[in-house]
Write a protein of this length. Structure first.
Length: 326
């Protein structure tokens, strides 16, 4: 029987504590209904026996404290709410225990922005990780040694797992159910909880806002110019001349400040504009393509799919109500 330990940190998001508990106990129930023994021993673990969450609105009673759990097979690190730095400071006492369990052979799984707590252990340094796309810039700034893959719903790297944003962690839970008990059980759980199995990208949910939380004024001005004039042809040379910065220097400073090259930034701004038009207007794909400054149909469709994980028409059909009924 696999021992599942779900941490209950201070400032934890209650759903990300209860949902893995619910999934693995439900799997046990299905196994027992088929005349098989349960596969999981599920316990809630915390620094104390009682943890108050969401400004003391909810109280979670843990099954054990970390001092009482000498060994476990799987550790879940739930999402954290509120100010992230405060939440991380509140939960420093969990970090050595997480490291100890991993070094003793446990697999460690972070859900959504629980990746911040897992990254604080240092275990993710040099490894791939996902988190909520909204938190991607903050995560990169706080943990530059971690390779953030912000479009992925699931990452797995040497026994360390992470999920994308919000409810996408359900897909990681299904992945783990399949790994531990087989495809048949994963399908059964997905149907029971009405979760779309095998979804692997959160790209279609992402909203590109740019990274402006930096102190490079020239780069900020370049960003603002791009965002106001994305329909036009903008080149690196044009921006370098406009702001009297050497071409190489601008590229280096832009990448450092925004985590994007200039061309990547222009591309993302164009794609975000295209997404909004596809969501709200009755324009066809070619009209939207021209609106955002593309003339090559193949290049536009290829770039759009690379950024969103969907073709332009699939994206329009997914989000534009008028497209569904037209």
């Amino acid at each position: 029987m696999k021992k599942i330990s779900i941490l209950v940190p201070e400032s934890a998001v209650l759903a990300s504590v209860n949902d893995p508990r619910l999934v693995f106990t439900t799997a046990n129930q299905f196994l027992q209904a088929d005349g098989k023994p349960p596969a999981f021993q599920v316990q809630l673990v915390g620094l104390t026996r009682e943890v108050k969450l969401h400004d003391h609105v909810f109280t979670v009673h843990t099954d054990a404290t970390i001092e009482e759990v000498e060994h476990t097979d799987v550790v879940f690190v739930p999402a954290l709410a509120g100010d992230m730095m405060q939440a991380l400071n509140e939960n420093q006492g969990l970090l050595p225990w997480i490291v100890k369990q991993y070094e003793s052979g446990a697999e460690v799984i972070s859900l959504c922005v629980g990746a911040f707590l897992l990254a604080s252990t240092g275990l993710l340094n040099g490894r791939r990780c996902s988190t909520h796309w909204v938190a991607a810039n903050d995560f990169r700034n706080m943990f530059p040694d971690v390779e953030l893959v912000d479009d992925k719903i699931i990452t797995e790297d040497q026994g360390l797992y992470s999920s994308g944003g919000a409810t996408s962690y359900w897909n990681l839970l299904l992945h783990l159910i399949e790994k531990f008990t087989g495809r048949h059980m994963a399908i059964k759980i997905s149907k029971y909880f009405a979760i779309d199995i095998d979804r692997d990208s959160q790209a279609s949910f992402m909203i590109f806002n740019g990274q402006k939380d930096h102190e490079d004024d020239a780069v900020k001005k370049a960003q603002e110019f791009i965002e106001k004039n994305f329909e036009e042809k903008i080149t690196l040379d044009l921006l370098a001349d406009m702001f009297a910065i050497g071409r190489r220097s601008l590229e280096r400073r832009f990448k450092k400040a925004t985590n994007n090259t200039v061309m990547e930034y222009i591309q993302r701004v164009k794609m975000e504009a295209a997404k909004k038009r596809l969501e709200t207007s009755r324009k066809n794909i070619n009209e939207v393509m021209y609106d955002v400054g593309y003339t090559d149909n193949k290049a536009f469709r290829s770039t759009f799919k690379k950024v969103t994980g969907l073709s332009p028409i699939a994206y329009k059909n997914k989000y534009n109500r008028s497209a569904v009924f037209s």
